[in-house]
Design a protein around this ligand. Structure first.
Ligand SMILES: CC(C)(COP(=O)(O)OP(=O)(O)OC[C@H]1O[C@@H](n2cnc3c(N)ncnc32)[C@H](O)[C@@H]1OP(=O)(O)O)[C@@H](O)C(=O)NCCC(=O)NCCS
Length: 180
């Protein structure tokens, strides 16, 4: 299996702003916590990970060197402005990995989500898995558009499967890509 990518690379966004795409590092606790604190309330309702919980942020940062987990961030002026992760599942799905993607609200619609999705998709291939999935609420159109462009297809929908922070239930879509 290949080694995790370690290099940082600069990327120019559609609006002319520049970001550095790089792996999450052990020193990113404060920056990732600040990223979570800045996410819109509406997002926080629907994110699987609670990005405002310091324990979760600590867990993510501590996993930065984990063998079955790749986490990539976009950085601008020392701040984290987007986060993505791919993790190999356990047990009988250990040939499958799932992806998470979140872009900071001030950085959306500039192509950053697409850049991050491509980067984490490459990282998934680096993990050596045969199948990559992304779970999202049916209402998360933007994420769906990005991953369908990368070649993912809707493989299933689980009814009323996700609960937001108000307790409301939502259908969960599973998009998948089979690596040949
Ligand atoms: C989904 C998300 C990552 C998109 O990030 P982004 O940086 O805005 O994405 P891009 O600028 O690369 O947009 C790519 C495409 O997505 C679609 N899109 C983006 N935002 C959209 C919106 N608000 N409504 C509808 N489509 C949207 C468009 O097709 C867009 O292409 P276009 O700009 O050429 O029309 C971001 O909105 C986000 O973090 N949302 C909260 C978390 C989430 O929904 N994650 C997805 C599940 S993994």
């Amino acid at each position: 299996m290949s080694q995790p990518q370690t290099e940082a690379r600069k990327k120019m966004l559609l609006d002319g702003r520049a970001v550095t795409i790089r792996p999450l590092g052990e020193d990113d606790y404060t920056a990732l916590l600040a990223f979570g604190a800045g996410l819109p309330q509406d997002d926080l309702l629907y994110l699987e990970n609670d990005f405002q919980n310091p324990d979760i942020i600590r867990r993510l940062v501590n996993a930065s060197a984990a063998e079955n987990w790749r986490q990539i961030v976009a950085e601008a002026d020392g701040a984290i402005v987007a986060y993505s992760a791919v993790r190999r599942l356990a047990g009988w799905s250990s040939h499958v990995a799932d992806i998470h993607l979140t872009v900071g609200s001030g950085w959306r619609r500039s192509g950053l989500g697409t850049v991050m999705a491509q980067a984490i998709f490459d990282a998934a291939r680096d993990l050596g898995v045969n199948k990559v999935i992304v779970e999202m609420l049916e209402r998360q159109n933007a994420g769906r558009a990005i991953f369908e462009r990368l070649g993912f297809h809707v493989e299933g929908m689980l009814s009323a499967h996700a609960r937001d922070r108000h307790g409301e239930r939502h259908n969960l879509l599973i998009l998948a890509y089979h690596v040949s």
